[in-house]
Design a protein around this ligand. Structure first.
Ligand SMILES: *Cc1c(COP(=O)(O)O)cnc(C)c1O
Length: 519
């Protein structure tokens, strides 16, 4: 094996594909031990009496901690903190930080998540003093700039979606869904026609039925047709008079645009229901198509996906809800309004509102980043972004479909979904392929979703990937397919180049050990 190849599968060198090697030994030797391998816990580095800082002696009267904190809050028995030098603590956490894989290190093709690059200008803007430090209780007269940002962001999102009004309050997509369905419920109750069911296609994201259920509805699943889309005949049958609405993702989770969306919305409306759109896939539509134009009554957006705020690891996110005029009276309070003199104010006087769904006005910092992204791109840029995202997904799809099965064989939008059927015949499933992809320096794609594809490989490159990067990814995926032909057990044991190989994921999720305790 030549030297170049020996380095090729090292972690931290995204996209370097090793060829199919002859035996496992060789391949495992490609990984060199690294200084960060097997990092001890900070508690294990600890030795009694060490200290990272040396404080000068107190030259003011000692105030009893109990007096300062109040009774019962001061404990004398706290022990077990790590005792380390400044250099030890710096090295420890700096090394740990290099274990991360993020959008800034390489391609992150996690389908349905839109892991696009987060432009640094967003961070600059969000950290401006007046924006980063303004208090939510600041009187309206002193915080006109922040209110204007919220108002402008809502206006831009209304324009992008074609809708009439927007609430920026929900903290994430799932909470936007909940809010949107509560708006439908409030509206139908107001019409004196409360209904019991929400229809959800079988390809939906799990949060859809969850949101409908939490909102007090019973969920009815509708089966997708052979194209992976809503089946009009099936929808027609399911649309009984107790159906409040349809929750639809467009493009759907297969990355396929619902071309019959107008017929679908007309049918739902004709039966007295409303159309909710899960807008998590708006990266396929922004600047090209507006949900309002194809009959959507209410949708949520994921600012942390489509509009570039960093995400993953739990937040913060933002899931604004956009509605047609008829649903506007029910929006959460407060709404942000512009008075005739041009000033901005918070409007709490909305008798039909569903109330608050979150403290204050939403995740302000996320909205600032999204607005920066929208303004930096402008209308042309946003459209270009969408077109590039769709082009990239189709490029990946067309260059992998001879090695991975494409269950719904048609042009895709911003993501494509393969099945592991061919590889499963050799005992290798989508999760195994995803684990092996880590050895090639890529973050895995989404596994096992959507549920209607057996053993799904869901790939969303986003517009951020260059062609060279996509080519590396494609080569890695093709190389893994070849490895599976040659040596399935090798792939089943991947990843080989990480510090820890296969984790027991079920136990990690069900019985996580989140706190270190001395033995
Ligand atoms: C991400 C996603 C959601 C949920 O959004 P969060 O912001 O993670 O709560 C809902 N539907 C689809 C299709 C998604 O991809």
């Amino acid at each position: 094996m030549d030297d170049r190849r020996r380095h090729s599968a090292l972690p931290g060198e995204p996209g370097q594909a090793p060829s199919v090697a002859k035996d496992m030994e060789n391949r495992i030797r490609q990984a060199r031990p690294h200084v960060t391998r097997n990092e001890d816990l900070i508690f294990e580095v600890s030795s009694p009496g060490k200290s990272g800082v040396e404080l000068p002696p107190l030259d003011v009267p000692t105030v009893c901690a109990e007096e300062l904190l109040g009774k019962g809050l001061h404990r004398a028995d706290v022990e077990g903190f790590p005792e380390v030098s400044e250099l030890e603590v710096i090295r420890h956490f700096t090394r740990l930080s290099t274990w991360n894989y993020g959008v800034d290190t390489g391609l992150y093709p996690l389908g349905s998540c839109t892991m696009k690059y987060n432009p640094r200008i967003n961070e600059v803007v969000a950290s401006l003093e007046g924006l980063a430090t303004d208090h939510p209780y600041t009187p309206e007269s002193l915080t006109q700039g922040c209110l204007r940002i919220l108002h402008e962001a809502a206006r831009c999102l209304a324009e992008i979606t074609g809708m009439d009004a927007v609430s920026l309050q929900p903290a994430a997509g799932a909470q936007g869904e909940l809010t949107g369905i509560l708006l439908i419920r409030a509206c139908l109750a107001d019409r004196g026609n409360p209904r019991k069911h929400i229809l959800v296609p079988d390809s939906a994201h799990g949060t859809n039925p969850a949101s409908a259920t939490i909102s007090g509805y019973e969920v009815r699943n509708i089966k997708s047709n052979a194209r992976g889309c809503v089946d009009l005949a099936e929808l027609d049958r399911a649309l009984t008079e107790d159906v409040a609405g349809l929750m639809l993702t467009n493009p759907n989770t297969l990355g396929i645009f619902e071309t019959q969306i107008r017929e679908i919305s007309s049918l739902v409306h004709a039966r007295g229901g409303l159309v909710y759109m899960d807008g998590a896939n708006m990266n396929a539509l922004v600047g090209v198509a507006r949900p309002a134009d194809f009959g959507v009554d209410v949708l949520h957006l994921n600012l942390h996906k489509t509009f570039s705020t960093p995400h993953g690891g739990g937040g913060p996110g933002s899931g604004p809800v956009a509605v047609k005029r008829g649903l506007e009276p029910y929006l959460p309070v407060p709404t942000i309004e512009q008075s005739t003199d041009g000033s901005y104010r918070l409007d709490y006087d909305r008798p039909k509102s569903i109330g608050r769904v979150r403290a204050f006005y939403g995740n302000f910092g996320v909205v600032v980043r999204a607005l920066a992204y929208i303004l930096a791109n402008g209308p042309e840029g946003l459209r270009q972004t969408t077109e590039d995202a769709v082009l990239n997904a189709n490029y990946v799809m067309s260059r992998l479909q001879d090695v991975y099965e494409l269950p719904y064989d048609q042009a895709c939008m911003h993501e494509c979904v393969f099945s592991d059927r061919r590889q499963a015949a050799r005992g290798v499933r989508t999760m195994d392929i995803a684990k092996r992809l880590i050895d090639y320096g890529f973050h895995p794609y989404t596994t096992a979703f959507p549920l209607i594809v057996s053993g799904a490989l869901m790939i969303e490159p986003t517009e951020s990937a260059s062609q060279a990067e996509l080519d590396n990814f494609i080569e890695a995926m093709r190389s893994i397919a070849a490895e599976i032909e040659e040596d399935p057990p090798f792939v089943l044991k991947a990843p080989h180049t990480t510090r820890i190989s296969r984790l027991d994921e079920a136990t990690a999720a069900r019985k996580p050990l989140l706190r270190w305790k001395p033995e």
